[in-house]
Design a protein. Structure first.
Length: 264
């Protein structure tokens, strides 16, 4: 199911309103709370629809909790005691009508059942996360900023690991806090942890794609890790993308090209 969902997502993000497959006429229209099961060889699989998000092209994403395979066909009652396999996965809602799934009941999820979906929202749609959880955005930002400032203080004192822990706490509270992500990355660089720093800069750029410091530093990390072709691509792109930092990107572009030439 998931690859087909990704195909639809790619088509949607690319501006296409078409989908890889036409919806089946007998498509099962799922709704929040639906419990579905499917025979898969010698076992039965089951999912619980936590939420359904419609898309402009007429398709929808179903946010699902999945159970571990079972030997006997499950019922709505037996699923109350079934073992969870995955707490949240987005799945193309249309696939349930096309792959032999059967509706066996409907039960509205509790707050505890939604932990996977809520974590997904925290990382991908923070405004909706606040709406669903009822959390106070100002209080979250205040607490996150306190951790961030404490992290800065600790790093200035040379307590870099403790500082990283404070940046971790800031980002955990407020995943959009790219300044905290950047500072954590810079601290990892100072410690020589270039792979961890690279991961952080990539996370920062997902939140703030036009961050010149994160973009440049991603290239520097790649260069330090010996991934010279990738580093060259970053610096070359940065020359035109960030004209105010053109000289810096050109300097490192020359350096990485020299390193690549020396290895040939």
């Amino acid at each position: 199911m998931l690859p087909r969902f990704i195909q639809r997502l790619a088509a949607r993000l690319g501006g296409s309103t078409s989908t890889p497959d036409s919806p089946a006429e007998n498509q099962l229209a799922v709704k929040p709370g639906d419990l579905l099961t499917q025979r898969d060889g010698q076992v039965w699989r089951a999912v619980w629809i936590l939420e359904v998000d419609p898309w402009p092209d007429g398709t929808a994403a179903a946010h699902c909790l999945s159970y571990k395979p079972m030997d006997a066909k499950p019922t709505a009652d037996s699923l109350k005691r079934a073992e969870v396999s995955i707490w949240h996965a987005p799945i193309d809602a249309g696939s349930f009508g096309e792959e032999g799934w059967e509706l066996i009941g409907n039960r509205q999820p509790t707050e505890e059942d939604l932990i996977g979906f809520v974590e997904y929202l925290r990382l991908t749609d923070f405004p909706r996360y606040l709406e669903v959880t009822g959390k106070d955005s100002k209080e979250i930002v205040r607490e996150a900023n306190a951790h961030y400032l404490r992290g800065n203080e600790l790093c200035e004192q040379g307590k870099k690991q403790e500082g990283i822990a404070e940046y971790d706490a800031a980002v955990e509270l407020f995943p959009l806090f790219f300044e905290a992500i950047d500072n954590r990355a810079f601290t990892h660089m100072e410690l020589g942890n270039f792979r961890e720093a690279l991961n952080d800069f990539e996370q920062s750029l997902r939140v703030n794609p036009d961050g010149p410091a994160a973009f440049f530093s991603k290239g520097e990390c790649l260069m330090r890790l010996g991934e010279l072709a990738a580093a060259e691509a970053i610096f070359a792109e940065g020359v035109g993308r960030f004209p105010e930092k053109k000289a810096l990107f050109q300097d490192f572009l020359k350096r990485v090209r020299a390193q690549r030439s020396a290895k040939r």
